[in-house]
Write a protein that binds this ligand. Structure first.
Ligand SMILES: Cc1ncc(COP(=O)(O)O)c(C=O)c1O
Length: 369
């Protein structure tokens, strides 16, 4: 059996006629730039997340970058980010002219370890950017109270956590801004790049709307420094269709994750993902841990089970960040995880028999690899 890591086509087929109609309507109107689907999507996504405002942008990267810039972060400032995440969380800090400061992760949730956060704060720290990794929210209650006490802004990286809940609170609404990516493989993914920023702060909203559109107040009046980071109308049209399916697709993912975890429970040598009680993990990624990871990955590939390693190199060991002066051993939890982790096939159209095959193949890999 061939089990792909992700099956975008199967998902597309579930909404093909609606997407076709939505795209045709944009083509008929020719309102490609900040057209009516953009403002409808912004309203609908804000409503979905439970925030007052939403600004559609070009990508998750831009959502994070513009948030930092709108908060006035720049040269001389430090922003704390988890050391185990996709690199965009950190490079936006560098691109904003500030310095990323890494903090190790919690070994159960893989999210920023809030107990280690306070030690990383200096007088230059301006913000913290927790990541809701793999679809599970960071421990936001202690994080928010620490940031409030120390006067730090919080920019939530919710790029992998559309629809996740932290103790009832949707991902993205607790920080000054919540940043989402609509990269095609995300739980809510477009037919190309896209992103959004949600916020309850009217001032930030007004600023971000201008920043993503050349800093414009009107067509040729430019009041602040911005650039072109508009969410494309065609993408907004596709996202509006898919947003209506997000809860049911997330529920499918959760069902798949439960089946995986139930089947893996009887298999020694496999650590299954931990879902914190009282929260809703939406399994953008279903990641297990094993000892001889590389051999298991090679075996799975040979058996045509799609798998990935998110992420094989923690940020402090990335070449691009060698000048920050970190070294091997500085973040032991992330380093250990990066040697053990494997992401297994996960998407809303994954069938029971495919999950059973993946689990059996992992079991065989552990014996034979
Ligand atoms: C945690 C995280 N942050 C930021 C991003 C950047 O999003 P985009 O690819 O839309 O720029 C991603 C996307 O992969 C991500 O996973």
């Amino acid at each position: 059996m061939n089990v792909p890591f992700i099956d975008l086509k199967a998902q597309y087929l579930q909404v093909k006629p609606e997407i076709g109609r939505a795209i045709k309507a944009v083509l008929d109107r020719q309102d490609f730039i900040l057209g009516r689907d953009v403002s409808f999507f912004e309203q609908e996504f804000a409503h979905y997340v439970g925030s007052r405002y939403c600004v559609g942008v070009n990508s998750g990267t831009d959502a994070l970058y513009l948030s930092l810039k709108a908060l006035g972060i720049g040269p001389g400032d430090e922003v704390i980010v988890p050391v185990f995440t996709f690199i965009a969380t950190a490079f936006v800090v560098t691109c904003a002219g500030a310095k990323p400061v890494f903090v190790d992760i919690d070994e159960r949730t893989f999210n920023i370890d809030v107990n280690k956060l306070e030690r990383a704060i200096t007088k230059r720290t301006k913000a913290v950017s927790p990541v809701h990794l793999f679809g599970q929210c960071a421990d936001m209650q202690p994080l928010m109270s620490l940031c409030r006490r120390r006067g730090l802004a919080v920019v939530e990286d919710a790029c992998q956590a559309h629809g996740a809940l932290y103790k009832g609170a949707p991902s993205g609404i607790l920080g000054a801004t919540g940043c989402f990516s609509f990269y095609p493989t995300k739980n809510l993914g477009g037919s190309g790049d896209g992103g959004a920023i949600v916020t309850d702060n009217e001032g930030l909203y007004a600023k971000l709307r201008m920043m993503r559109d050349c800093g414009r107040k009107s067509k040729y009046e430019h009041h602040i420094l911005g650039f072109n980071s508009r969410l494309d109308t065609l993408q907004a049209a596709v996202l509006r269709v898919k947003l209506r399916r997000l809860n049911s697709w997330n529920n499918k993912r959760i069902g798949c994750a439960r089946l995986y975890s139930r089947l893996f429970a009887d298999i020694p040598g496999v650590a299954i993902p931990y879902a914190a009680p009282g929260s809703r993990h939406v399994y953008h990624i279903y990641a297990i841990q094993v000892d001889n990871r590389d051999a298991v990955v090679a075996y799975l590939n040979r058996m045509r089970v799609g798998c990935m390693v998110n992420y094989p190199i923690p940020l402090h060991l990335q070449v691009v960040y060698k000048d920050l002066g970190y070294k091997k051993g500085d973040f032991p939890v992330a380093e250990k995880l990066s040697r053990r982790i494997i992401s297994l096939p996960m998407h809303p159209c994954l069938a029971k028999r495919e999950i059973e095959y993946v689990v059996k193949t992992v079991q065989k890999a552990l014996k034979e690899a």
